[in-house]
Design a binder for this molecule. Structure first.
Ligand SMILES: Nc1ncnc2c1ncn2[C@@H]1O[C@H](COP(=O)(O)OP(=O)(O)OP(=O)(O)O)[C@@H](O)[C@H]1O
Length: 375
């Protein structure tokens, strides 16, 4: 196990800055997801840590020591890729054994190491097979076994579930965190799938255009995204976004969006008049009786079952679209029905319209530093 830190790392290819001043600190034994859209720089980030590429600026620290000048094989870093990258002419056993062979381990040590990891990953019965005779799931486990067998201090997994079917993806999403925790390695887990990022990482680094847009726990990022861009990367269906402004309402501050007046949680008094984008996730939009404060009249334009939930596309009277996502069953509006919906004020996220950055509510108790010192 080892801690890992990137300190103001910048990587360029030609005139393109692929990683821009990236700093990231991962604790010993921690599992961190690196999540972001295609081309964000996730793979390049792993390649720098593995020593397969060099940054133009910044330092990469393993247990506090800069490893930029350390050869890749000396870094104690294991890596598995999205395309499995197994040696086609070698059996699964020999593929898994290859890092141990490179280390010149004795025959017994190799046999022992490979068998142990193969049992754990449930591929011990296919060790004699060539990669072409393995299912996708077995290939993926073989690649993972090869990355794990040498017990690297740092394990880099580059979208390892991208090429496996939905069922195995789901199983591995549940299984992998437990497996990785058993190994105790410090893990960076790259994925383009927000659910996987949330399931695997104790923390998630959201990488957008080569920059860390947010680094936090899954809940922090989902509920309090740093900006509109991050908010939009999480959730299915995505977060509902509306442009409006903040003003004083009947019993507190509201977001005025066209004719709608959506009550906000306390703490937004200081931004009265500000142009904002507000975000509310579909699971926080519910049905309500007419006359409820903040209720918006809407028509159900479409129903879309999604796992255990029912997603509804609603259209407000002034033509705005929004999604609700509720547990399936129970009384709710059917397609074509008209009714009223409300957004949970505590779940409404407020962003500055110009910068896109989230504006946090400020509780009255923390408004004055004097009050904080003398509670
Ligand atoms: N060896 C290279 N030479 C030039 N440009 C490169 C090289 N490697 C990566 N890039 C560029 O760096 C950017 C980031 O690539 P990277 O592979 O890290 O993206 P990613 O976030 O891993 O995407 P994906 O999720 O699709 O794998 C891309 O614009 C890519 O074209």
């Amino acid at each position: 196990m080892a801690s890992l830190a990137l300190d103001h790392v910048t990587k360029r290819y030609g005139r393109e800055t692929v990683l821009d001043d990236v700093s990231l600190s991962v604790a010993d034994g921690e599992i961190v997801s690196i999540f972001g859209p295609s081309g964000a720089g996730k793979t390049v980030l792993l390649r720098l840590i593995a020593g397969m590429a060099e940054p133009e600026e910044g330092a990469i620290l393993v247990d506090g020591s800069d490893v930029i000048d350390v050869a890749p094989e000396q870094r104690s870093v294991g890596m598995a890729f999205q395309n499995f990258a197994l040696f086609p002419h070698m059996s699964a056993f020999d593929n898994i054994a290859s890092p141990l062979v490179a280390r010149r381990l004795g025959r017994d040590g190799i046999e022992d190491g490979v068998q142990k990891i193969a049992r754990l990953l449930k591929i011990d019965h296919v060790l004699g097979h060539a990669p072409r005779a393995l299912s996708n799931g077995q290939k993926q486990r073989t690649a993972l076994a090869r990355a794990l067998v040498a017990a690297p201090k740092i394990l880099l997994l580059d979208d390892p579930l991208r090429n496996v079917d939905a069922k195995l993806r789901f199983e591995m999403r549940l299984e992998l965190p437990r497996l990785l925790e058993r190994f105790g390695s410090t893990v960076l887990y790259v994925t383009q799938d927000y659910r996987e990022a949330m399931a695997l990482g104790r923390r998630i680094a959201v990488l957008v255009h080569g920059r860390i847009a947010q680094f936090g726990t899954p809940d922090e990022i989902y509920d309090r995204p740093a900006n509109v861009e991050v908010a939009e990367l999480f959730g299915d269906p995505g977060i509902n976004l509306f442009e409006g402004h903040v003003e004083a309402g009947r019993s507190g501050m509201v977001a005025a969006v066209g004719g709608m007046r959506l009550p906000l949680a306390p703490g937004f008094e200081r931004i009265a008049g500000r142009s904002v984008t507000i975000g509310v996730r579909p699971e926080h939009v519910g049905f309500a009786a007419a006359g409820t404060e903040g209720a918006v009249a809407a028509r159900v334009a479409a129903l879309l079952p999604l796992n255990d939930r029912m997603v509804r596309l609603l259209v407000t009277e002034d033509g705005r679209e929004l999604y609700t996502s509720r547990e399936a069953g129970g009384a709710a509006m059917e397609e074509g029905a008209r009714g009223h919906v409300v957004a949970d004020p505590a779940a409404i996220v407020v962003f500055d319209r110009e910068t896109g950055r989230r504006i946090a509510p400020r509780s009255a108790g923390f408004a004055s530093p004097a009050l904080q010192e003398n509670p």
